[in-house]
Design a protein around this ligand. Sequence first.
Ligand code: HEM
Length: 308
Amino acid sequence: MSDRPSGDATPASIVDALKAVAGNPPKVRASFAKGWCVRGTYTPSDRAGDITRSQSFTRPSRVLARFSVGGGNPNVADTNNLVLRGFGFKLGDDEHRSDILVESAPVHFARTLDQMLAFLEARIPGLDGKPDMTKVKAFSAANPETLNQANYIAARALPGSLAGTTYWGVHAFPATNELNETRFIKFKVVPAGGEITLSEDDARAKPADFLHDDLGTRIAAGHVRFNVMALLDRPGDPTMDVTMRWPEEDSRDEVRLGTIVITGFEPDQACDASIFNPANLADGIGHPPDEIFAARRAAYTISLAKRR
Ligand code: HEM
């Protein structure tokens, strides 16, 4: 268990720790600092209403989105396979807008805010600019579940394209359908053209910055399409611990809610002027019950204020 007294981690102290881990670069996001703003469209499937009555998912709409690379360092290399790939998108009409944030691993690295703060503090670089690995190892040994995310991405090849990466919403979201039936779902955003990964040799041959140009080429060719899937819960599935996957999560029944097509880049300011707010969910999708979700909106708002 984390050795810190419980209950004193706050969204503000977490944002400070995220920034400190990245060396406090100014004027950038505390997490997923490197990224590109894009636009597109969302087209619902005819089964979306079976899962949710949210008009963000049951109606066609314009999409504003941002692809990103994990961590608070805006110059992180695209060849770095220790960090996540992120995808935030806003869909729905003005009255029924929802923000969905997904990342390239199905679990988060901490179960509680205290554990998240302790995880980050163990990784804050020392005077030599590097984290103290003895501290990191000791923390990980005492909190093994905090390695689930890193182990998930380490077991996979380097993402070769933001357009060819599967993204996960991590939390269990309560979804209420048009018959007022509610169940938990997990979001999974799947590239329609399949996964694109790089072998170690290919990765070594890649420049540190290749994802933007790759994305531009695929957008121009009309090849950036994602299926937004809802993974369906089973009785007894955990909903409070985001370090854990549901049992047999990869073989769950899933329903395609709709399809996103990315059609062009937007000026970064269109995304940087505000936040992708995980709590902004139109009626039909509720807030996940876990402690980590509850902290996110405040953390994003604090990060926005710091980067303005
Ligand atoms: C557990 C699931 C999580 C997912 C899937 C997730 C995903 C993301 C994504 C995709 C972004 C980039 C948004 C953009 O492009 O503007 C982001 C940004 C960010 N995340 Fe998270 N995140 C998670 C948890 C957290 C938690 C627990 C915290 C802190 C309490 C946090 C703090 C932040 C901050 C501060 C930003 C930058 C916000 C901004 O400046 O606009 N995230 N996250």
